[in-house]
Design a protein around this ligand. Structure first.
Ligand SMILES: Nc1ncnc2c1ncn2[C@@H]1O[C@H](COP(=O)(O)OP(=O)(O)OP(=O)(O)O)[C@@H](O)[C@H]1O
Ligand SMILES: [Mg+2]
Length: 500
């Protein structure tokens, strides 16, 4: 490998014994005598590798070095120091948290060159990885590449081309508001306002005047006239979140607005024409609310002209790693944490978790992990998740079976349940994969989850449950005894469907 370019910052010690031979061997070395000079150079030029030369002790605050290292994301740093410097706990912590490697003086030039080349390769890898993830977020702020999110994007573009009301369904935290904003952004109204209203969060006696506005003197305390939120959205979109919480009297007013495009402020004698597109969302099933008389059926049909369902995260597990990485980048950029990413165990634990709180839960767990971890790589514990692969206490046969099933489930999840791709990744034929899916009762059209050591949340009503005969855990049947930590994963399992 060819010698590359490095930024070398000398804070102490004898730099000449290192730099001159490096330059003589063809390394392109840019030198900085202190951290301020290093900062100036970094502002104009990116270096994949930085070298910090420290003498017997660090003569600047550790935080200043940390800031210098963090000033060039994507760079890898190596420090050269005397043994004494490593006696200081603060410096040791800095080396462990911020540096790719360290070398102790006197330096063996061959070893140093090897370290610098490794650092260079690693920086290159990181740049490629970061570039791939930068494209993960689209212009609508949505992350995900699996079939469910691809379908959602298509639906958003289709409904955005019309002006009809849209009803968005989906579990809490799945991304309904994000979808509503995306519809607005893609529509011809994007230059107009987007007004989001949480119908469940406004007190019932205020909601009418909040939505429709009021005239002066309309009620005690109405000392001046006030525009409502629907008027404020004129020319744009109003997002009525948790529409199922709208009191029945107001449902009538809203229906009138949807039919006639006019509203009447509280206490007004005239109607006002408003040009507002309505997007509504509910995490409860509105059809059911209609059935029990809690929601007007005529309003439901009016709102439900176009409907979109945002899939729960557990049905698009292939997006979990990419979402986690996206949230990690966002959180890490804001924090001073030295954490670099997720350990393989953390990714496996995330893929084994059922995400009852959906994307919001994932964001919260990543945010917490970035703040709380004191390691370079976030582990399952930092995320508050149980490790996914915990074969302790299982016999070897059981552990093998669990591992086989996990490999199939994780691969299917990663490739968006595409049998051909999964079979290729697993190194088996499609027929063998079908046979193994049969053996493990993995169904393509239901959620597939790997083995977990913590209980799943209560199954959602929309989960498909397998017929009674096949709900038994096949391992338990095989062994004739309950298998600890390996249960409740068989509902929804059945014969694979969608065979060609
Ligand atoms: N595909 C996605 N890409 C990036 N961020 C997402 C995605 N989906 C959801 N989020 C983020 O997850 C969080 C929750 O999303 P959002 O508020 O849209 O969910 P919601 O369905 O409206 O939740 P609730 O029912 O609790 O109101 C937000 O921070 C949102 O930006
Ligand atoms: Mg919401």
């Amino acid at each position: 490998m060819q010698p590359g370019s490095i930024l070398c910052v000398t804070l102490g010690g004898d730099a000449t014994q290192v730099l001159e031979p490096l330059i003589a061997r063809g390394w392109d070395v840019t030198q900085a005598g202190d951290l301020v000079a290093a900062g100036r150079i970094q502002a104009h030029r990116h270096f994949k590798v930085g070298v910090l030369i420290v003498g017997a002790s660090l003569n600047v605050p550790e935080a200043a070095v940390e800031a210098c290292v963090n000033a060039s994301p994507g760079s890898e740093w190596v420090t050269l120091c005397e043994t004494e410097a490593l006696e200081h706990p603060g410096f040791r912590e800095l080396v462990l948290g911020c540096f790719f490697d360290h070398r102790v003086m006197p330096i063996d030039l061959g070893e140093l060159e090897m370290t610098l080349q490794h650092a260079d390769q690693r920086a290159l890898l990181r740049l490629r990885h970061d570039a791939a993830h930068r494209h993960a977020v689209d212009a609508l702020g949505m992350v995900g590449q699996g079939p469910a999110i691809t379908r959602l994007r298509q639906q958003i573009r289709k409904v955005a081309a019309t002006d009809a009301p849209v009803l968005i369904g989906g579990e809490s935290g799945s991304g309904k508001e994000l979808a509503a904003r995306a519809i607005h952004q893609c529509s011809q109204r994007s230059a107009g306002p987007f007004v989001a209203v949480n119908c469940g969060a406004i007190s019932p006696n205020l909601i009418q005047s909040e939505l429709f506005g009021h005239e002066r003197g309309a009620f005690t305390g109405a000392s001046s006239e006030r525009r409502g939120l629907i008027e404020a959205a004129n020319g744009g979109t109003i997002f009525l979140d948790e529409i199922g919480d709208l009191p029945v009297e107001l449902q009538t007013n809203l229906l009138r607005f949807l039919q006639e495009k006019t509203i009447s402020r509280v206490g007004a004698v005239r109607n006002l024409h408003v040009d507002v597109r309505v997007v509504a969302a509910s995490h409860v099933d509105l059809a059911e609310a209609v059935a029990v008389g809690q929601f007007r059926d005529d309003l439901f049909y009016r709102l439900n002209v176009l409907s979109i369902e945002v899939a729960p995260l557990r049905r698009r597990m292939e997006d979990v790693p990419i979402l986690a990485e996206y949230f990690f980048q966002r959180c890490a950029a804001k924090s001073r944490a030295r954490v670099k990413g997720f350990s393989r165990q953390a990714v496996a634990a995330m893929l084994a978790h059922a995400w009852p709180g959906n994307v919001r839960e994932l964001f919260n767990r990543v945010q917490r992990a970035v703040v709380m971890t004191d390691r370079r790589l976030i582990g399952p514990n930092d995320l508050g998740l149980a490790p996914a692969d915990n074969p302790v206490g299982m016999g070897l046969d059981v552990a093998r079976t669990v591992a086989e099933r996990d490999a199939i489930v994780l691969t299917l999840t990663r490739v968006g349940r595409n049998i051909t791709h999964a079979a290729r990744e697993l190194g088996v034929s499609r027929m063998t994969l079908y046979r193994l899916m049969d053996k493990h009762s993995i169904a393509l059209d239901s959620e597939v989850r790997p083995h977990v050591t913590q209980p799943w949340p209560t199954p959602q009503p929309n989960l498909r449950t397998a017929p009674a005969a096949s709900t038994a855990n096949p391992l338990e049947t095989m062994l004739g005894t309950p298998v600890p930590g390996f249960h409740a994963d068989w509902t929804g399992a059945g014969k694979p469907s969608g065979r060609a």
